[in-house]
Design a protein around this ligand. Structure first.
Ligand SMILES: Nc1ncnc2c1ncn2[C@@H]1O[C@H](COP(=O)(O)OP(=O)(O)OP(=O)(O)O)[C@@H](O)[C@H]1O
Length: 246
């Protein structure tokens, strides 16, 4: 059963913890985090390696279960959802983009983009899929396989695939981490345009320049929120990161 609670946020984390292992070897990857990701806002999550960024993102997106606390997507408490409800919620209300694109190599760009609709039991129209590819500037690459596309183009196909179901929240784990700076800029421009159009985005990144394109930046340290900046420049983000990494 899912329950309804009004928070007004795109995603709300209420005292969530995720622990790996047991006893003295246990790692509190996410340690009692309470945080709201605003609707229609783009939030970057930063922090040193091992600070819990990916774990936090996976828990927020319902890819991983929390050990305690609650995760709300919109007004739906996903921690109370059963496995099949969670699968259906992930397919319809959440988009996820990975550093390594994770496209299916044997499928064309348009077949990759159509996949989430097929998994949701729909027969996607070519026009719908092409329109989504068009929004990422790749309508002319619809018949190309991933190996025939540049890294930046593959990531844009992955974003189109994540967006084709019109998810409430787009989660991105290091979306520019495998790209050169020019391709990274194109992807960040795309995310900026999506956020300006009202898309809620939560992005993990190591890159202060990427984080500065977001509306706000959350800093994690040892699984906890240690700081938050809004409207920060690349310099401000880098300086803050250096403080925590020192
Ligand atoms: N499946 C797992 N089993 C055991 N420990 C894990 C697992 N996944 C992550 N951890 C541990 O949890 C902590 C947080 O890991 P996480 O990957 O979330 O950090 P991160 O900030 O995303 O790191 P990075 O920037 O290096 O990707 C680390 O100490 C990590 O070793």
């Amino acid at each position: 059963m899912t329950t309804m609670t009004m928070t007004g946020a795109a995603v709300a984390l209420q005292g969530i913890s995720r622990v790996y292992g047991r006893g003295p070897a246990a790692v509190r990857a996410v340690d009692d985090v309470t945080l709201q990701f605003p609707r229609g806002g783009w939030t970057a999550v930063m922090g040193p390696s091992g600070s819990g960024k990916s774990t936090l993102l996976h828990c927020a997106a319902g890819l991983e279960r929390v050990d305690s606390g609650r995760v709300l997507i919109g007004d739906t408490d996903i921690t109370a959802a059963g496995d099949s409800q969670l699968t259906s919620l992930r397919r319809t209300r959440i988009g996820f983009v990975f550093q390594s694109f994770n496209l299916i190599g044997s499928l064309t760009a348009e077949q990759n983009v159509a996949l989430p609709l097929r998994l949701a039991g729909r027969r996607p129209s070519r026009a719908e899929v092409r329109a989504t590819l068009d929004t990422v500037g790749l309508a002319d690459r619809a018949r190309h396989k991933p190996r025939e596309l540049s890294g930046g183009q593959q990531q844009r196909v992955a974003i189109a695939r994540a967006m084709v179901t019109r998810p409430e929240v787009l989660f991105a784990d290091e979306p520019t981490g495998a790209l050169d700076s020019r391709a990274a800029r194109t992807v960040l421009d795309l995310l900026r345009a999506m956020a300006d159009a009202g898309q809620s985005i939560v992005m993990v990144t190591h890159d202060p320049g990427a984080a500065a394109r977001a509306d706000s930046v959350v800093f994690l340290g040892d699984g906890r929120v240690v700081d938050q900046l809004t409207g920060a420049s690349t310099r401000a983000v880098a300086d803050r990161l250096a403080t925590w990494e020192r």
